[in-house]
Design a protein around this ligand. Sequence first.
Ligand code: PLP
Length: 386
Amino acid sequence: MSDKTPFSVRSRVAQAMGRVEPTTRAIVPPIHVATTYERDPDNSYSSGYVYGRPDNATVRDAEAIVAALEEAGAGALLYGSGMAAATSVFRALEPGDHVVAPKVMYWALRAWLLGDARRAGLEVELVDTENLDALAAAMRPGRTRLVWVESPANPLWGVTDIAGAAEIAHRAGARLAVDSTCASPYHTRPLTLGADIVMHAATKILNGHSDVVAGALAGREPDAFWERLVAMRKSGGAILGPFEAYLLTRGLRTFHLRAAAQAASAMALAQRLSAHPHVARVLYPGLPDHPGHALAARQMENGFGYMLSIRVAGGEAAAVATAARVRLWTRATSLGGVESLVEHRASIEGPDTPCPPDLLRLSVGIEDAEDLHRDLDEALRAAHAG
Ligand code: PLP
Protein backbone atom coordinates (compact mmCIF):
# COMPACT_ATOMS: atom_id res chain seq x y z
CA MET A 1 0.00 0.00 0.00
CA SER A 2 1.46 3.39 -0.96
CA ASP A 3 1.50 6.15 1.63
CA LYS A 4 -0.85 8.12 -0.64
CA THR A 5 -3.64 5.54 -0.42
CA PRO A 6 -6.67 7.34 1.03
CA PHE A 7 -7.92 6.12 4.38
CA SER A 8 -11.38 4.61 4.68
CA VAL A 9 -14.55 6.67 4.89
CA ARG A 10 -14.97 5.44 8.46
CA SER A 11 -11.56 6.80 9.47
CA ARG A 12 -12.11 10.11 7.72
CA VAL A 13 -15.61 10.55 9.17
CA ALA A 14 -14.28 9.88 12.70
CA GLN A 15 -12.00 12.87 12.15
CA ALA A 16 -14.80 14.97 10.59
CA MET A 17 -13.05 14.51 7.19
CA GLY A 18 -10.25 17.03 7.83
CA ARG A 19 -7.84 16.06 10.61
CA VAL A 20 -7.25 19.62 11.78
CA GLU A 21 -8.63 23.06 10.94
CA PRO A 22 -5.82 24.77 8.97
CA THR A 23 -5.91 28.26 10.54
CA THR A 24 -5.68 27.33 14.24
CA ARG A 25 -4.78 23.61 14.07
CA ALA A 26 -7.91 22.89 16.13
CA ILE A 27 -8.88 19.22 15.91
CA VAL A 28 -12.59 20.07 16.05
CA PRO A 29 -14.16 21.93 13.12
CA PRO A 30 -15.31 25.48 13.94
CA ILE A 31 -18.87 26.83 13.73
CA HIS A 32 -19.18 29.59 11.14
CA VAL A 33 -22.08 31.80 12.08
CA ALA A 34 -21.54 34.80 9.74
CA THR A 35 -24.47 35.60 7.48
CA THR A 36 -22.39 37.74 5.12
CA TYR A 37 -18.83 37.93 3.79
CA GLU A 38 -16.52 40.76 2.76
CA ARG A 39 -15.97 41.42 -0.91
CA ASP A 40 -12.43 41.76 -2.27
CA PRO A 41 -11.33 45.27 -3.37
CA ASP A 42 -11.74 44.17 -6.99
CA ASN A 43 -15.41 43.42 -6.14
CA SER A 44 -15.01 39.64 -6.36
CA TYR A 45 -15.67 37.05 -3.64
CA SER A 46 -12.44 35.06 -3.71
CA SER A 47 -13.41 32.90 -0.68
CA GLY A 48 -16.42 31.54 -2.56
CA TYR A 49 -18.80 32.67 0.20
CA VAL A 50 -21.22 35.55 -0.36
CA TYR A 51 -24.22 35.18 1.93
CA GLY A 52 -25.52 32.70 4.51
CA ARG A 53 -28.68 31.54 2.71
CA PRO A 54 -26.96 29.90 -0.26
CA ASP A 55 -23.96 28.54 1.58
CA ASN A 56 -22.13 28.15 4.88
CA ALA A 57 -18.79 26.52 5.69
CA THR A 58 -20.09 24.56 8.70
CA VAL A 59 -22.93 23.22 6.58
CA ARG A 60 -20.40 22.31 3.89
CA ASP A 61 -18.37 20.35 6.47
CA ALA A 62 -21.38 18.21 7.35
CA GLU A 63 -22.38 17.88 3.67
CA ALA A 64 -18.93 16.54 2.81
CA ILE A 65 -19.39 13.77 5.39
CA VAL A 66 -22.86 12.81 4.10
CA ALA A 67 -21.54 12.82 0.52
CA ALA A 68 -18.63 10.55 1.50
CA LEU A 69 -20.92 8.15 3.37
CA GLU A 70 -23.23 7.89 0.37
CA GLU A 71 -20.47 7.85 -2.29
CA ALA A 72 -22.27 10.77 -3.89
CA GLY A 73 -20.66 12.07 -7.09
CA ALA A 74 -22.72 15.26 -6.98
CA GLY A 75 -22.22 15.93 -3.28
CA ALA A 76 -24.88 16.50 -0.63
CA LEU A 77 -27.29 19.24 0.40
CA LEU A 78 -28.53 19.80 3.95
CA TYR A 79 -31.98 21.17 4.75
CA GLY A 80 -33.86 22.30 7.84
CA SER A 81 -35.67 18.95 8.14
CA GLY A 82 -36.08 15.59 6.45
CA MET A 83 -39.42 16.77 5.07
CA ALA A 84 -37.79 19.91 3.60
CA ALA A 85 -35.25 17.67 1.85
CA ALA A 86 -37.84 15.18 0.58
CA THR A 87 -40.37 17.73 -0.61
CA SER A 88 -37.63 19.66 -2.46
CA VAL A 89 -37.19 16.70 -4.78
CA PHE A 90 -40.89 16.81 -5.73
CA ARG A 91 -40.97 20.61 -5.93
CA ALA A 92 -38.21 20.41 -8.53
CA LEU A 93 -40.65 18.68 -10.92
CA GLU A 94 -43.13 20.38 -13.27
CA PRO A 95 -46.92 20.54 -12.86
CA GLY A 96 -48.46 17.61 -14.76
CA ASP A 97 -45.49 15.30 -14.11
CA HIS A 98 -46.42 11.79 -12.99
CA VAL A 99 -44.67 10.46 -9.88
CA VAL A 100 -44.82 7.03 -8.28
CA ALA A 101 -44.37 6.46 -4.55
CA PRO A 102 -44.96 3.52 -2.17
CA LYS A 103 -48.32 2.69 -0.60
CA VAL A 104 -46.54 2.03 2.70
CA MET A 105 -44.03 4.75 3.51
CA TYR A 106 -43.24 7.48 6.03
CA TRP A 107 -46.78 8.70 6.68
CA ALA A 108 -46.18 12.49 6.73
CA LEU A 109 -44.56 12.43 3.30
CA ARG A 110 -47.36 10.24 1.98
CA ALA A 111 -49.89 12.77 3.34
CA TRP A 112 -47.96 15.65 1.73
CA LEU A 113 -47.89 13.84 -1.62
CA LEU A 114 -51.64 13.20 -1.53
CA GLY A 115 -52.33 16.80 -0.43
CA ASP A 116 -49.91 19.60 -1.27
CA ALA A 117 -48.11 17.81 -4.11
CA ARG A 118 -51.38 17.03 -5.89
CA ARG A 119 -52.57 20.60 -5.34
CA ALA A 120 -49.34 21.80 -6.97
CA GLY A 121 -50.23 19.76 -10.07
CA LEU A 122 -48.21 16.58 -9.64
CA GLU A 123 -49.97 13.38 -10.61
CA VAL A 124 -49.16 11.14 -7.64
CA GLU A 125 -49.69 7.40 -7.88
CA LEU A 126 -49.08 5.08 -4.91
CA VAL A 127 -48.06 1.51 -5.72
CA ASP A 128 -46.53 -1.45 -3.91
CA THR A 129 -42.91 -0.69 -4.83
CA GLU A 130 -41.78 -3.95 -3.21
CA ASN A 131 -43.42 -5.64 -6.21
CA LEU A 132 -41.32 -4.69 -9.23
CA ASP A 133 -44.02 -5.91 -11.65
CA ALA A 134 -46.49 -3.50 -10.05
CA LEU A 135 -43.91 -0.73 -10.24
CA ALA A 136 -43.17 -1.44 -13.91
CA ALA A 137 -46.91 -1.48 -14.70
CA ALA A 138 -47.34 1.97 -13.11
CA MET A 139 -44.72 3.64 -15.28
CA ARG A 140 -45.86 5.98 -18.04
CA PRO A 141 -42.83 6.37 -20.29
CA GLY A 142 -42.13 10.03 -20.99
CA ARG A 143 -44.60 11.18 -18.31
CA THR A 144 -43.31 9.52 -15.15
CA ARG A 145 -40.48 11.76 -13.95
CA LEU A 146 -39.77 10.39 -10.50
CA VAL A 147 -40.00 7.10 -8.64
CA TRP A 148 -39.73 7.47 -4.86
CA VAL A 149 -39.04 4.44 -2.69
CA GLU A 150 -38.27 3.89 0.99
CA SER A 151 -36.31 0.85 2.13
CA PRO A 152 -36.82 -0.56 4.70
CA ALA A 153 -40.14 1.28 4.81
CA ASN A 154 -42.00 2.58 7.83
CA PRO A 155 -43.55 0.91 9.75
CA LEU A 156 -43.67 -2.66 8.35
CA TRP A 157 -40.05 -2.59 7.10
CA GLY A 158 -40.81 -3.83 3.60
CA VAL A 159 -37.73 -3.91 1.37
CA THR A 160 -37.62 -2.51 -2.16
CA ASP A 161 -35.13 -3.75 -4.74
CA ILE A 162 -33.26 -0.51 -5.40
CA ALA A 163 -31.26 -1.74 -8.41
CA GLY A 164 -34.44 -3.19 -9.96
CA ALA A 165 -36.43 -0.02 -9.28
CA ALA A 166 -33.64 2.11 -10.79
CA GLU A 167 -33.68 0.05 -13.97
CA ILE A 168 -37.48 0.36 -14.28
CA ALA A 169 -37.39 4.11 -13.60
CA HIS A 170 -34.57 4.77 -16.04
CA ARG A 171 -36.16 2.70 -18.79
CA ALA A 172 -39.20 4.97 -18.58
CA GLY A 173 -37.09 8.15 -18.52
CA ALA A 174 -37.65 8.78 -14.78
CA ARG A 175 -35.28 9.25 -11.86
CA LEU A 176 -35.16 7.10 -8.75
CA ALA A 177 -35.02 8.73 -5.31
CA VAL A 178 -34.62 6.63 -2.16
CA ASP A 179 -35.56 7.54 1.40
CA SER A 180 -32.74 5.62 3.07
CA THR A 181 -33.29 7.01 6.57
CA CYS A 182 -33.90 3.60 8.15
CA ALA A 183 -31.20 1.71 6.25
CA SER A 184 -28.58 4.44 6.72
CA PRO A 185 -25.34 4.34 4.72
CA TYR A 186 -24.02 1.77 7.19
CA HIS A 187 -26.26 -0.85 5.57
CA THR A 188 -27.14 0.43 2.08
CA ARG A 189 -25.75 2.99 -0.36
CA PRO A 190 -28.53 3.47 -2.90
CA LEU A 191 -26.47 5.61 -5.30
CA THR A 192 -24.09 2.69 -5.86
CA LEU A 193 -27.13 0.55 -6.74
CA GLY A 194 -28.29 2.94 -9.46
CA ALA A 195 -30.48 5.43 -7.58
CA ASP A 196 -30.15 9.07 -8.64
CA ILE A 197 -30.94 10.76 -5.33
CA VAL A 198 -30.78 9.50 -1.76
CA MET A 199 -32.66 11.28 1.00
CA HIS A 200 -32.18 11.13 4.77
CA ALA A 201 -34.05 12.48 7.69
CA ALA A 202 -30.67 13.38 9.25
CA THR A 203 -32.74 13.99 12.39
CA LYS A 204 -32.48 10.22 12.87
CA ILE A 205 -29.42 7.97 13.01
CA LEU A 206 -27.06 10.25 11.05
CA ASN A 207 -27.21 12.77 13.90
CA GLY A 208 -28.16 10.07 16.37
CA HIS A 209 -28.73 12.13 19.51
CA SER A 210 -32.34 13.36 19.10
CA ASP A 211 -31.20 16.98 19.32
CA VAL A 212 -31.21 18.17 15.69
CA VAL A 213 -33.96 18.31 13.05
CA ALA A 214 -32.24 18.10 9.65
CA GLY A 215 -32.58 16.60 6.20
CA ALA A 216 -30.11 15.56 3.54
CA LEU A 217 -30.09 14.85 -0.15
CA ALA A 218 -27.13 13.25 -1.91
CA GLY A 219 -26.85 12.99 -5.70
CA ARG A 220 -25.21 10.39 -7.92
CA GLU A 221 -24.07 12.92 -10.52
CA PRO A 222 -24.14 16.70 -10.86
CA ASP A 223 -26.72 16.62 -13.65
CA ALA A 224 -29.31 19.28 -14.52
CA PHE A 225 -31.79 17.95 -11.95
CA TRP A 226 -29.20 18.13 -9.17
CA GLU A 227 -28.27 21.67 -10.21
CA ARG A 228 -31.96 22.57 -10.00
CA LEU A 229 -32.08 21.23 -6.43
CA VAL A 230 -28.99 23.30 -5.55
CA ALA A 231 -30.54 26.41 -7.09
CA MET A 232 -33.89 25.81 -5.39
CA ARG A 233 -32.38 25.42 -1.94
CA LYS A 234 -30.52 28.67 -2.48
CA SER A 235 -33.54 30.63 -3.72
CA GLY A 236 -36.03 28.96 -1.39
CA GLY A 237 -33.81 29.45 1.66
CA ALA A 238 -34.14 25.92 3.05
CA ILE A 239 -30.51 25.53 4.21
CA LEU A 240 -29.75 23.99 7.60
CA GLY A 241 -28.48 26.40 10.28
CA PRO A 242 -24.77 26.34 11.24
CA PHE A 243 -25.31 25.23 14.85
CA GLU A 244 -27.41 22.28 13.72
CA ALA A 245 -24.83 21.47 11.04
CA TYR A 246 -22.09 21.46 13.68
CA LEU A 247 -24.10 19.12 15.92
CA LEU A 248 -24.75 16.88 12.94
CA THR A 249 -21.00 16.70 12.22
CA ARG A 250 -20.37 15.89 15.86
CA GLY A 251 -22.97 13.11 15.75
CA LEU A 252 -21.66 11.74 12.45
CA ARG A 253 -18.19 11.21 13.90
CA THR A 254 -19.53 8.23 15.87
CA PHE A 255 -22.03 7.12 13.20
CA HIS A 256 -20.34 3.81 12.39
CA LEU A 257 -20.11 2.76 16.03
CA ARG A 258 -23.70 3.68 16.81
CA ALA A 259 -25.09 2.06 13.66
CA ALA A 260 -23.22 -1.19 14.36
CA ALA A 261 -24.34 -1.36 18.00
CA GLN A 262 -27.96 -0.44 17.23
CA ALA A 263 -28.25 -3.00 14.41
CA ALA A 264 -26.75 -5.77 16.56
CA SER A 265 -29.18 -5.04 19.40
CA ALA A 266 -32.14 -4.79 16.98
CA MET A 267 -31.30 -8.22 15.57
CA ALA A 268 -30.95 -9.77 19.02
CA LEU A 269 -34.25 -8.24 20.14
CA ALA A 270 -36.05 -9.33 16.95
CA GLN A 271 -34.90 -12.91 17.46
CA ARG A 272 -35.83 -13.06 21.14
CA LEU A 273 -39.18 -11.31 20.73
CA SER A 274 -40.13 -13.76 17.93
CA ALA A 275 -40.36 -16.46 20.59
CA HIS A 276 -42.26 -14.30 23.09
CA PRO A 277 -45.68 -15.65 24.12
CA HIS A 278 -47.29 -12.18 23.99
CA VAL A 279 -45.85 -11.14 20.62
CA ALA A 280 -47.95 -12.22 17.64
CA ARG A 281 -45.41 -11.17 15.02
CA VAL A 282 -42.04 -9.44 14.77
CA LEU A 283 -41.43 -7.36 11.65
CA TYR A 284 -37.70 -7.03 10.94
CA PRO A 285 -35.94 -7.62 7.59
CA GLY A 286 -33.21 -9.56 9.40
CA LEU A 287 -35.62 -12.37 10.29
CA PRO A 288 -35.93 -15.19 7.73
CA ASP A 289 -39.75 -15.07 7.95
CA HIS A 290 -39.91 -11.40 6.87
CA PRO A 291 -41.15 -11.13 3.25
CA GLY A 292 -38.21 -8.86 2.36
CA HIS A 293 -35.52 -10.97 4.04
CA ALA A 294 -33.92 -12.59 0.98
CA LEU A 295 -33.69 -9.26 -0.82
CA ALA A 296 -32.46 -7.48 2.32
CA ALA A 297 -29.74 -10.11 2.73
CA ARG A 298 -28.51 -9.25 -0.78
CA GLN A 299 -29.05 -5.50 -0.72
CA MET A 300 -28.03 -4.60 2.84
CA GLU A 301 -24.65 -5.16 4.48
CA ASN A 302 -23.46 -5.16 8.10
CA GLY A 303 -26.89 -6.20 9.33
CA PHE A 304 -30.45 -4.97 8.86
CA GLY A 305 -30.80 -1.69 10.71
CA TYR A 306 -32.07 -0.28 13.96
CA MET A 307 -35.83 -0.35 13.37
CA LEU A 308 -38.31 -3.13 14.00
CA SER A 309 -41.98 -3.47 14.87
CA ILE A 310 -43.87 -5.95 16.98
CA ARG A 311 -47.53 -6.88 16.72
CA VAL A 312 -48.71 -7.49 20.24
CA ALA A 313 -50.93 -10.49 20.94
CA GLY A 314 -54.27 -9.25 22.26
CA GLY A 315 -54.64 -6.33 19.83
CA GLU A 316 -54.53 -2.57 20.16
CA ALA A 317 -55.41 -2.39 23.88
CA ALA A 318 -52.60 -4.82 24.74
CA ALA A 319 -50.15 -2.87 22.55
CA VAL A 320 -51.02 0.45 24.21
CA ALA A 321 -50.90 -1.18 27.67
CA THR A 322 -47.44 -2.59 26.90
CA ALA A 323 -46.12 0.83 25.87
CA ALA A 324 -47.60 2.28 29.06
CA ARG A 325 -45.56 -0.11 31.22
CA VAL A 326 -42.00 0.31 29.87
CA ARG A 327 -39.37 1.80 32.19
CA LEU A 328 -36.18 1.86 30.11
CA TRP A 329 -37.72 2.44 26.68
CA THR A 330 -39.25 5.89 26.17
CA ARG A 331 -42.72 6.36 24.67
CA ALA A 332 -42.01 8.87 21.91
CA THR A 333 -42.15 9.37 18.18
CA SER A 334 -38.99 9.62 16.02
CA LEU A 335 -36.16 7.14 15.66
CA GLY A 336 -32.43 6.62 15.30
CA GLY A 337 -31.24 8.19 18.56
CA VAL A 338 -28.94 6.58 21.11
CA GLU A 339 -31.98 6.15 23.40
CA SER A 340 -34.53 3.46 22.56
CA LEU A 341 -38.06 4.60 21.71
CA VAL A 342 -41.35 2.75 21.52
CA GLU A 343 -44.39 4.09 19.72
CA HIS A 344 -47.95 2.95 19.13
CA ARG A 345 -47.70 3.99 15.53
CA ALA A 346 -51.37 3.88 14.48
CA SER A 347 -52.19 6.57 17.09
CA ILE A 348 -49.98 9.11 15.33
CA GLU A 349 -50.75 8.12 11.73
CA GLY A 350 -54.52 8.55 11.98
CA PRO A 351 -57.48 6.71 10.46
CA ASP A 352 -56.21 6.07 6.89
CA THR A 353 -52.99 4.41 8.06
CA PRO A 354 -51.89 1.05 6.65
CA CYS A 355 -50.34 0.44 10.09
CA PRO A 356 -52.07 -2.33 12.08
CA PRO A 357 -53.55 -1.13 15.40
CA ASP A 358 -51.66 -3.78 17.44
CA LEU A 359 -48.26 -2.57 16.20
CA LEU A 360 -45.54 -1.05 18.37
CA ARG A 361 -42.63 0.51 16.48
CA LEU A 362 -39.27 0.11 18.19
CA SER A 363 -36.25 2.32 17.54
CA VAL A 364 -33.31 0.53 19.11
CA GLY A 365 -30.63 2.64 20.78
CA ILE A 366 -27.31 1.83 22.41
CA GLU A 367 -28.47 0.73 25.87
CA ASP A 368 -27.61 -2.76 27.10
CA ALA A 369 -29.55 -5.14 24.81
CA GLU A 370 -30.25 -7.42 27.75
CA ASP A 371 -31.92 -4.54 29.64
CA LEU A 372 -33.91 -3.55 26.56
CA HIS A 373 -35.25 -7.08 26.27
CA ARG A 374 -35.99 -7.42 29.97
CA ASP A 375 -37.92 -4.14 30.08
CA LEU A 376 -40.09 -5.08 27.08
CA ASP A 377 -40.61 -8.60 28.37
CA GLU A 378 -41.79 -7.29 31.75
CA ALA A 379 -44.06 -4.70 30.10
CA LEU A 380 -45.61 -7.34 27.80
CA ARG A 381 -46.22 -9.70 30.72
CA ALA A 382 -47.64 -6.94 32.94
CA ALA A 383 -49.95 -5.73 30.14
CA HIS A 384 -51.26 -9.27 29.62
CA ALA A 385 -51.75 -9.84 33.32
CA GLY A 386 -54.19 -6.89 33.17
N1 PLP B 1 -38.39 9.85 6.30
C1 PLP B 1 -38.47 9.00 7.30
C2 PLP B 1 -38.29 7.54 7.03
C3 PLP B 1 -38.77 9.44 8.60
O1 PLP B 1 -38.86 8.55 9.61
C4 PLP B 1 -38.95 10.82 8.83
C5 PLP B 1 -39.27 11.34 10.17
O2 PLP B 1 -39.69 10.61 11.06
C6 PLP B 1 -38.82 11.69 7.74
C7 PLP B 1 -38.54 11.18 6.50
C8 PLP B 1 -39.01 13.17 7.94
O3 PLP B 1 -37.93 13.73 8.64
P1 PLP B 1 -38.07 15.04 9.54
O4 PLP B 1 -38.91 14.69 10.71
O5 PLP B 1 -36.65 15.41 9.86
O6 PLP B 1 -38.72 16.09 8.69
